[in-house]
Design a binder for this molecule. Structure first.
Ligand SMILES: [Zn+2]
Length: 226
């Protein structure tokens, strides 16, 4: 699976509690996290969700007219504004910017793939997803199961930006209430898509059933190879 698929495998997650990591990345107390969104959280994307390691860039020739990141900081100019002068990331790199400089300015190095969103999922069955987008605010979404070849994956859909979640300390403050409102809306939509497996009677996502049975039961009792 390629990272840009933004999908997540279902299963093999039960023992993988990443709640502490999610709370730390958000700068939120785990107890506040549990009340604000959900708990526990598990990894949802099948690839490494650790911090992105910066590739070390090589400084090229410094051309006159392209300011260095340090010069920009001294002048208190936003790096983003360079685009208005017609300077692309490629121009900046030719002017001596490293890939790390570009990324720290919120620009994508030429030829680089955008970093994938690190998705976490909560609920059994999955009902809420939380995504760390390296290039944007924290996201909340609801999971939609889908078959990708021979494996079930979760797609985050209806993603909502929740910039007020990181650092939120008071679940009953304005920021906390805003987060919970987003969460509740996503949960309502997610739960409308749940049904019960006709065999084991456990709740299951409608899109993840075969003749009304969850995948486990379809394999065990109905003879489907999934
Ligand atoms: Zn079942």
């Amino acid at each position: 699976m390629r990272p840009e698929d933004r999908t997540a495998p279902i299963g093999d997650h039960v023992t993988d509690d990443r709640t502490a990591e999610v709370a730390e990345r958000l700068g939120v107390d785990p107890r506040v996290l549990a009340v604000l969104v959900a708990a526990p959280w598990r990894a949802a994307d099948g690839h490494d969700t650790g911090p992105v390691t910066e590739r070390v860039g090589v400084r090229g020739t410094v051309y006159v007219g392209v300011p260095s990141p340090a010069e920009l900081r001294e002048l208190d100019l936003p790096a983003d504004g360079l685009r208005h002068f017609g300077l692309t990331p490629a121009d900046l790199r030719r002017g001596g910017w490293t890939d790390a400089d570009l990324r720290s300015a919120g620009l994508l190095p030429p030829g680089a793939e955008p970093d994938p969103v690190a998705w976490f999922v909560a609920g059994e069955p999955a009902q809420l997803m939380l995504g760390f987008d390296p290039a944007g605010p924290v996201l909340l979404a609801r999971p939609e199961p889908r078959r990708a070849g021979d494996r079930p994956v979760l797609d985050p859909v209806d993603a909502v930006e929740v910039p007020v979640l990181p650092g939120c300390a008071d679940p009953d403050g304005d920021a906390g209430l805003a987060v919970r409102q987003v969460r509740d809306g996503l949960l309502r939509r997610a739960r409308r898509r749940l049904t019960h497996c006709v065999v084991c009677l456990r709740p299951v996502h409608r899109a993840a059933t075969v003749h009304g049975a969850c995948h486990g039961c379809a394999g065990r009792w109905l003879g489907f190879v999934l």
